[in-house]
Write a protein that binds this ligand. Structure first.
Ligand code: SIN
Length: 513
């Protein structure tokens, strides 16, 4: 947790400080989207004990505002509100829910500029990338507004003459959604939209580092006509909030995006009340550049897959394996492309790389680079803190990386690309699969048969061939091994919020009269 808890002053620090971050005048068209309280039922609310937590701008360290530092008690109130709203929400028709989700989608898009600005201020990503996330996040709402109408049951051909068998699907109940700071909107909508479409109600705990986008999105959900209590937002004491969600018998499902360590704690805790769990956890994505790759496509793909969100996504490329025959050409062209990235405050024109989320993240990046260099890696570009200071790190390319380096094993979650040389396909696949994680993997080759074979051999939940950006609302997002359980997005994502009920009708032998 960052910052010091305080007690809320009479009026929250409102927009003046927010509007002048980094000397840049930031105007929201709709000031009503700037919320700094939690949402429980129909009430914007402080923590019961009045404690607060500052929200910082990662680019400057300046305090934007404070939000409630909520406890287990506050979370219980939110669960009660979600439980109260569940019967009527789940009883609505799918098309009714669909209309409200569609309204929410429209409002998210209409307010894209404001939401993107809020996101840059609290998360740091460049404005264009933040606007892209609003569209990406909203796409889940649009998709599930439609997909909710397609929750079909089944009629099972009965092996018994006198019995008929069918399957119905029901919303699972109240959902606890715990979401990260790297995608302050999309990781919420990817969970909340299918949950709501299925008829569930939710208690969302956004990251304490990025609550403002979540609160603005919740305000828009209310404006869209989604009834109070269907979406509740709490933030603050992560342990207490997590325990309240895990201990509650009313919460029937936990969905989480974040670290593998926290995912394991939630999975264990969910056992107490046997909840359904979906987990989208850490990755260690390999990217294999074969000799026969199209150099331009490989450079563009690896650049996008590595430096999106300043390297802070779970699907970001973490290790780049480059075959002997193309190694030198790729290293040169890739380093040149990386050198053209522009680092700075995400609100400034033309910036493509924002800050890291906090100084601890920067320390980790620095540790990884120092470890790699001490074990023989060659700095081809960057390799140090950026002159902007604090949370900024230079986009970095390391040559001669090996499997002995920390960066080979752990997600760096920053703008560092290590290049590992290889000779045979088998060697590359073996190194790529040498990880306890299995989220995303990438390969670049012009040979379709090789690409197909590689896609089959990679032990990952998602594979991009000749493509570094694979995320979309229509495809299943999720991992294998210690990268998680379940899938988000696509037609598969809604199953995570449904119970399957089998119904058997007996004594059906009576003749038709
Ligand atoms: C993540 O980093 O967890 C999500 C990335 C994405 O949706 O592409």
């Amino acid at each position: 947790m960052r910052g010091v808890c305080g007690v809320r002053a009479k009026a929250p620090w409102l927009l003046p400080s927010l509007l002048r971050q980094m000397g840049t005048m930031v105007q929201l068209k709709d000031m009503g989207l700037f919320k700094s309280q939690g949402l429980i039922g129909d009430k914007w609310t402080d923590a019961e004990d009045g404690r607060t937590l500052p929200v910082n701008n990662p680019a400057t360290g300046e305090i934007l505002t404070s939000v409630p530092f909520m406890s287990g008690q506050d979370t219980k109130r939110a669960i009660a509100a979600a439980s109260h709203a569940f019967p009527s929400w789940s009883m609505r028709t799918a098309s009714d829910r669909s209309k409200l989700l569609r309204n929410w989608f429209n409002l998210l898009i209409e307010n894209k500029d404001d939401l993107a600005k809020l996101m840059v201020l609290e998360q740091g990503k460049p404005l264009a990338e933040a606007a892209g996330e609003i569209v990406y996040g909203a796409s889940f709402v649009e998709f599930y507004a439609e997909e909710g109408k397609r929750i079909y049951g089944d009629i099972i051909p009965s092996p018994f003459a006198e019995k008929r068998m069918l399957v119905m699907k029901h919303p699972i109940g109240v959902v606890g959604a715990v979401t990260p700071w790297n995608f302050p909107l999309a990781m919420i909508t990817r969970k909340v939209a299918p949950a709501l479409a299925a008829g569930c109600t939710v208690v969302v705990k956004p990251s304490e580092l990025t609550p403002l986008t979540a609160l603005a999105a919740a305000e828009l959900a209310l404006q869209a006509g989604i009834p109070p209590g269907v979406v509740n937002i709490v933030m603050g004491d992560a342990v207490q909030i997590g325990n309240a969600l895990l201990d509650s018998t009313e919460v029937r499902k936990i969905t989480f995006t974040g670290s593998t360590a926290v995912g394991k704690v939630l999975m264990t805790g969910a056992g107490k009340t046997v909840k359904k769990v979906s987990l989208e956890l850490g990755g260690n994505a390999p990217c294999i550049i074969f000799d026969d790759a199209d150099l331009d496509i490989a450079v563009k793909g690896a650049l996008a897959g590595k430096y999106r969100n300043t390297g802070q996504t779970c699907v970001c490329i973490n290790r780049i394996f480059v075959q002997d025959g193309i190694y030198d050409k790729f290293a040169e062209a890739f380093s040149k492309a990386v050198s053209e990235l522009r680092v700075g405050n995400g609100l400034e024109q033309g910036i493509t790389q924002g800050p890291l989320i906090n100084e601890a993240a920067l320390d980790k990046v620095e540790r990884h680079v120092q470890d790699a260099v001490s074990k023989g890696a060659k700095v081809l570009l960057g390799g140090k803190r950026h002159s902007l200071g604090r949370t900024f790190y230079e986009p970095t390319v390391l040559g001669n990386a090996t499997d002995q380096m920390l960066i080979f094993k752990e997600e760096v979650f920053g703008p560092v690309a290590p290049l590992v040389r290889f000779t045979t396909d088998e060697e590359a696949i073996k190194m790529a699969n040498d990880s306890e994680f299995g989220l995303a993997a990438y390969a670049f080759t012009e040979n379709i048969a090789r690409g197909w074979r590689v896609a089959e051999s990679l032990e990952y939940g998602m594979v991009g061939i000749n493509e570094g950006l694979i995320s979309t609302e229509v495809a299943p997002f999720g991992g294998t091994k210690q990268s998680g359980l379940g899938r988000e997005g696509s037609k598969y994502g809604i199953d995570e919020y449904l119970e399957v009920k089998y119904v058997c009708l007996g004594n059906m032998k009576q003749p038709v009269t």
